[in-house]
Ligand binder design. Structure first.
Ligand code: ADP
Ligand code: ADP
Length: 228
């Protein structure tokens, strides 16, 4: 569960990125976080991943109190999260399979666990026949599926996808969103940051809209309905 209680974030140069954000995302939810460029979406993600600390307010992430977390606990908190980016961030020199092995070794998984889990996630994302390819031998949509597999491989309770479809065409974008929906149905909480309104409106999901560092609406579907 994620809980923001009256969170403020001011950067060192004085920019007030967040101005009193309160929200709660329960386990098992699928949530879109939307808003114009500069509204504070990335800051919210960086707060959840503990890359930045709040200036004020209380912040809980999957049982960790980020106001009081000790530095050595941060890696354990991060293991509860799987993060996906617009630019995939795969290791180009490694095969798909080895990208996933690398992620699992980093958390000390056994060879047996690694083999079993990778087979499962590759099948889930539909890439079981392409495990030996390198990222540059895959399409953009396939590379994003690998990134999703990597995010899932250590069984996080939540997936955070930061503009996951920013580099993909509409059909590939829809497929990625449907894959995230399937992953959510299997029990993982999903938070998707996007400003692609057509895509958001195709899914009847909770939409948290932010503007200028504040939540301006939070509810089921229909975001951007009063915009052209
Ligand atoms: P706006 O941009 O809408 O004019 P501001 O960002 O100046 O509003 O501030 C809105 C309110 O939030 C003010 O009451 C301000 O004191 C408070 N506030 C803004 N940033 C912080 C912060 N980092 N810590 C505590 N309070 C803040
Ligand atoms: P979004 O992800 O919605 O585009 P951000 O969270 O990146 O918004 O940015 C919110 C505000 O904070 C913007 O005004 C942005 O310029 C500012 N900002 C973001 N990162 C920094 C930083 N490291 N230092 C100073 N200002 C920043």
């Amino acid at each position: 569960m994620i809980r923001f209680i009256d969170i403020y974030k001011a950067y060192d140069n004085g920019t007030k990125a967040l101005k009193g954000i309160s929200m709660r995302i329960d386990d098992g939810e699928f949530v879109f976080l939307v808003g114009p460029s500069g509204s504070g979406k990335s800051t919210i993600i960086k707060l959840i991943t503990a890359e930045v600390a709040p200036t004020d307010g209380r912040l809980m992430v999957n049982g960790y109190n980020l106001n009081t977390i000790r530095p050595r606990q941060v890696p354990y908190m991060r293991r509860t999260l799987g993060v996906i980016f617009q630019d995939f961030r795969l290791i180009e020199k490694k095969s798909i399979y080895d990208n996933l092995v690398f992620a699992m070794r980093a958390v000390g998984a056994s060879p047996r666990e690694i083999k079993k889990r990778i087979a499962y996630v590759l099948e889930l994302v539909g890439l079981d026949t392409k495990a030996d390819r390198r990222p540059d031998e895959l399409s953009g949509g396939e590379q994003q599926r690998v990134a999703i597999a990597r995010a899932l491989v250590n069984n996080p309770s939540m997936i955070i996808a930061d503009e996951p479809t920013g580099n993909l065409d509409p059909q590939r974008s829809l497929e990625i969103m449907m894959l995230l929906e399937k992953i959510n149905e299997l029990g993982t909480t999903v938070l998707v940051v996007t400003h692609e309104k057509e895509l958001v409106n195709r899914f009847a999901k909770r939409v948290i809209a932010i503007e200028n560092g504040r939540i301006i609406s939070d509810g089921m579907g229909g975001y951007y309905d009063n915009e052209t």
